[in-house]
Design a protein around this ligand. Structure first.
Ligand code: HAM
Length: 447
C-alpha cells in the first residue's frame, strides 16, 4: 500500500469543512481590510530563497525541497510566501504604481523538510499578508491586528501576542556584534548548532530550542538596549498604536524570528491553551525593509505575517470551539424506476443550481435503503418521485424530522423549499455595537 509522505495530511469531510469555513472568514476579513489576493507559484528558482530567506537560516540550509527541472534549472518548493511575493512585486515593477502601499494576501501550501511532529509538518498551509511601500508604524499595527481579529472572530481566547524590535540596520549590526562578543567565551557550553550560528547568524542562538533554558541565553544582551534613537522612537509608536487599537501584547526581548530578512518590528502569536504542545506559535511576522532591494528592486519597506493553518485548526479544537459548518443535506430525492431516475437527475440539477444542497440515490438501493441513506446524511426533506404523480406534475415532499408530508405542484417546488428551508448560505462581517462578529443571515421563515 502506498502511504502519504511523512509530515503531510489528507484533509477530508468535517475537518475539510472547518478549513473551508475558516478560509471563508479570512476572505471576508481581507475584503474589509482591502487587501488583494495574490497567487504565486509553488516552486520558484532556488536563488530566490537563498537570497530572500537567507543563507544562514535553518529553512534554507536544512529544510528546502530542491530539485533540478528537466531543463537543469535549480528549483525549490517554496518554504514560505514572502520571498515569492517580493519577487512578484519587483518583477512587475509594482513599486512604480501610484497606489502605494501595495497590500496583498495569500494562502497555500509551503514545504519544509522538518522533523515531523504535532504542529510541525513538511507540507504546511499558510495564510499570510504583505504590505509593500510604507514604513509607517500604523502598517505594522494593521498587520498585527489581522491575525488578532481573525482569532477573535473565530472565538479563540487563549492567545498571547509577543512583540520585539530588532531596530534598523545600524541597531541590528550593533546588536549582532554585542551577541558575538557575549557568546564567544561561552560557546563551548552551547549546542553544536549554536556553535555554527555564532558567526553565521548569532541572533538565532536566542531562539535555540536545545539551549532555551540555559542561563547563558537568558542573560544575553537584549535587542532593545541596542536600538538607536530613531528605532526606539519607532518601536514606541508601534506600541502606542497597538494600545489605541486595543490589542494587548507582551514585549519579548528574545524574540528574533528564524528568517534573515527582518528589522524593526517582529511579532509572534502563541496559543496558550493547555495540551497544545511545543509547536504553539500560530503565526509570526515582522518588518523587512531591506528585502525588496536584496531581490533587485529599489529600496522599499515591507511588513507582513504568515499563519500556520494546521496549528490554527488545532487551537480551535483544543479550545473546543465549534464552527458553524454546514454538514447536512437539504433534500434527498428518492426514485424507483428508470423514468423517475431520469427525472431525479433533472430535478437534482435544477435544485442545486437554485442553491439547494441535494443528494440522490447512486447505489441502486430499494426505497427502504434510500430512506436509510437519507437518514445517514441527515437530509431535512425527502422528495418522493412517483411516475403516476409526475404525469400530473406532482411530487410528494416529506419533512424528514416531523414526517409531515405535502403533495405539491412541481412548478411550486422552489417556492415551497424557499419557504420551508432556512437559508444559511451567506454570512458577512457585521458590526453590532462594540464587537465585530460573524453574522449569519437567516431568512425568517414565513408561517
Ligand atoms: P514562519 O514563522 O516561518 O514565518 O512561519 C509562519 C507560521 O507558519 C508559523 O508561526 C507556524 O504557525 C507556521 N509554520 C511554520 N513552519 C511550520 C511547519 N513546519 N508546520 C506547521 N506550521 C508551520 C514565515 O513563514 C514568514 N514568511 C512570515 C512573514 C510574512 N514575515 C513577513 N511576512
Amino acid at each position: 500500500m502506498i502511504t502519504k509522505p511523512k509530515g503531510c495530511h489528507d484533509i477530508y469531510g468535517t475537518e475539510a469543512k472547518k478549513w473551508q469555513y475558516v478560509n471563508q472568514v479570512i476572505e471576508a476579513m481581507m475584503e474589509k481590510y482591502h487587501y488583494d489576493y495574490l497567487r504565486t507559484p509553488i516552486f520558484e528558482s532556488s536563488e530566490l530563497f537563498h537570497r530572500g530567506v537567507g543563507e544562514g537560516t535553518d529553512i534554507v540550509t536544512k529544510e528546502t525541497y530542491d530539485f533540478k527541472d528537466r531543463g537543469k534549472r535549480d528549483m525549490t518548493l517554496r518554504p514560505e510566501g514572502t520571498a515569492g511575493v517580493v519577487r512578484w512585486y519587483v518583477e512587475n515593477k509594482m513599486y512604480g504604481g501610484s497606489c502605494q502601499p501595495v497590500k496583498v494576501y495569500y494562502h497555500g501550501t509551503m514545504y519544509r523538510y522538518e522533523r515531523p511532529q504535532s504542529g510541525r509538518d513538511r507540507e504546511l498551509t499558510q495564510f499570510g499578508v504583505e504590505v509593500l511601500g510604507s514604513d509607517d508604524p500604523i502598517v505594522d499595527c494593521e498587520v498585527i491586528s489581522i491575525p488578532v481579529n481573525l482569532f477573535r472572530l473565530l472565538g479563540l481566547k487563549e492567545i498571547k501576542v509577543n512583540i520585539n524590535s530588532l531596530g534598523d540596520k545600524e541597531s541590528r549590526d550593533r546588536y549582532r556584534e554585542a551577541l558575538v562578543s557575549y557568546f564567544t567565551p561561552h560557546i563551548h557550553e552551547l549546542c553544536e548548532d549554536c556553535r555554527e550560528r555564532l558567526h553565521k547568524n548569532p541572533l538565532r542562538i536566542l531562539d535555540c530550542k536545545v539551549d532555551k533554558e540555559n542561563d547563558i541565553l537568558k542573560n544575553a544582551p537584549k535587542t532593545l538596549d541596542y536600538l538607536n534613537e530613531t528605532s526606539k522612537k519607532r518601536f514606541d509608536q508601534v506600541l502606542t498604536y497597538l494600545g489605541a487599537m486595543g490589542i494587548p501584547y507582551e514585549i519579548d526581548t528574545r524574540l528574533v524570528r528564524g528568517l534573515d530578512y527582518y528589522n524593526h518590528t517582529v511579532f509572534e502569536i502563541e496559543a496558550k491553551v493547555e495540551g497544545f504542545g511545543a509547536q504553539n506559535v500560530l503565526c509570526g511576522g515582522g518588518r523587512y525593509n531591506g528585502l525588496v532591494q536584496e531581490l533587485d528592486g529599489p529600496e522599499t519597506p515591507g511588513m507582513g505575517f504568515a499563519l500556520g493553518m494546521g496549528r490554527l485548526m488545532m487551537a480551535l479544537d483544543k479550545e473546543n470551539i465549534s464552527l458553524p459548518i454546514k454538514d447536512h443535506v437539504e433534500l434527498f430525492i428518492l426514485y424507483v424506476n428508470e423514468e423517475e431516475k431520469c427525472y431525479a437527475m433533472y430535478l437534482a440539477q435544477e435544485l442545486r443550481m437554485n442553491g439547494f444542497i441535494v443528494e440522490t440515490e447512486y447505489q441502486g438501493r430499494g426505497l427502504k435503503g434510500q430512506f436509510k441513506q437519507a437518514d445517514r446524511l441527515h437530509a431535512k426533506y425527502l422528495l418522493l418521485l412517483n411516475s403516476e404523480d409526475l404525469k400530473e406534475n406532482l411530487v410528494t415532499i416529506k419533512n424528514n424530522e416531523t414526517k409531515e408530508e405535502d403533495k405539491i405542484d412541481l412548478d411550486y417546488l422552489i417556492y415551497y423549499l424557499d419557504e420551508h428551508l432556512e437559508s444559511e448560505d451567506s454570512f458577512h462581517l457585521g458590526h453590532d455595537g462594540e464587537e465585530m462578529f460573524l453574522e449569519e443571515e437567516v431568512e425568517e421563515e414565513e408561517e
